[in-house]
Design a protein around this ligand. Structure first.
Ligand code: NAD
Length: 310
């Protein structure tokens, strides 16, 4: 039986560390880290995500503010708001929820956030730092993937990793992070031929395609570690909607460890946003990591993963 990697438990652990860092900062007389979330328009899913992010801030002691703007907000007005937030020293992280309405150039908006405050890690400066292994803010979902992998793997050097999906927000950053760990990385996508054959060689499979149950049991080498990033809402046999990942979970019990959907990568994304906000605040306040401990590279506590199939 594969170990089930409990994303909720790992996220809780990360939240505890983040909260401890906030407490240390306040005890040292530093200001409370602040995150501002901008939401343009009425997209239902975005409203839910923003609400969750704001609520999560409260849990760890991050001060959060929210700017809800109407769907017809002009690009200039949005850029002016970001300018103001860029200059506000009490705002350490700025997140502009995507998708933005069609009349707004998303890339321009994301580029206008100061890289030090870009807690989503989407600014080209942060992307460049990630791809050159020179620090910067790591996008939340890829960071969550790496923390989950670190919770089950001690030594990444020389492992074969296959990343399915090459998006800018998941596949490419995950591939770079795995390369930094000295894995041999193959990035695959919709036009890749022989994907099952490529996947079968992998010690690590990160599936981020958005293709329900794409990865079948016979694509997986015994003992591989599987991180399933995909989330798709489908109608089950009972007619009820359910969430499924990119991996046929039940067929992959010969893996060493696997994330479930839901309850795997999903909970990590918000926990990593909070961690990134505190990291950004500390960098802006001139606090060096060594003074308050390193967020991501503490020895993982593995006791939370269960070895029984869900
Ligand atoms: P995307 O659509 O931007 O990219 C998908 C990638 O997968 C593309 O590179 C495409 O070529 C590849 N792909 C699609 N179908 C494929 C197939 N059949 N075989 C091989 N490759 C295929 O998607 P994204 O934004 O990277 O998201 C991917 C999935 O991860 C989605 O299900 C999304 O909902 C999920 N996601 C989850 C979280 C989270 O917090 N858990 C965060 C971001 C994305």
């Amino acid at each position: 039986m594969a170990d089930i990697i409990d994303g909720r438990a790992v996220a809780r652990q990360l939240d505890d560390k983040t909260k401890a860092q906030v407490d240390e900062m306040l005890a040292a007389g530093l200001p409370r880290p602040g995150l501002t979330v901008i939401l343009v328009g009425e997209d239902g899913a975005s409203q839910v995500y923003v609400r969750r992010k704001i609520k999560a801030c409260e849990k760890v002691g991050i001060h959060s503010t929210e700017h809800r703007l109407p769907a017809d907000t002009s690009q200039d007005d949005l850029l002016a708001l970001i300018d103001t937030l860029n200059a506000d020293p009490s705002v350490h992280g700025i997140l502009c929820q995507v998708p933005l309405p069609d009349h707004i150039d998303t890339r321009l908006v994301l580029r206008s956030i100061r890289p030090e405050k870009d807690v989503d890690g989407f600014h080209p400066v942060n992307v460049g730092r990630l791809s050159t292994g020179t620090g910067g803010i790591v996008p939340c979902t890829p960071l969550g993937v790496m923390i989950l992998l670190e919770s089950v793997i001690d030594d990444f050097v020389g492992l074969d990793a296959v990343v399915i999906g090459k998006s800018n927000i998941v596949g490419k950053p995950v591939a770079n992070l795995l390369l930094d760990k000295e894995c041999t990385v193959t990035v695959t996508h919709i036009h890749t031929e022989n994907l099952p054959e490529i996947a079968r060689k992998a010690d690590i499979i990160v599936a981020a395609a958005g293709a329900p149950e794409l990865v079948k049991g016979d694509w997986v080498k015994p003992g591989a570690v599987i991180i399933d990033v995909g989330i798709t809402r489908i109608k089950g046999e009972d007619g009820k909607e359910k969430l499924v990942g990119d991996v046929a979970f039940d067929q992959c019990q010969h893996a060493r460890a696997i994330t479930p959907v839901p309850g795997g990568v999903g909970p990590m994304t918000i926990a990593c946003l909070l961690a990134n906000t505190v990291q950004a605040a500390k960098a802006q306040l001139g606090v060096h990591e060594g003074e308050t401990g390193n967020l991501y590279h503490d020895a993982p506590d593995r006791s939370m993963h269960s070895s029984t199939a869900a």
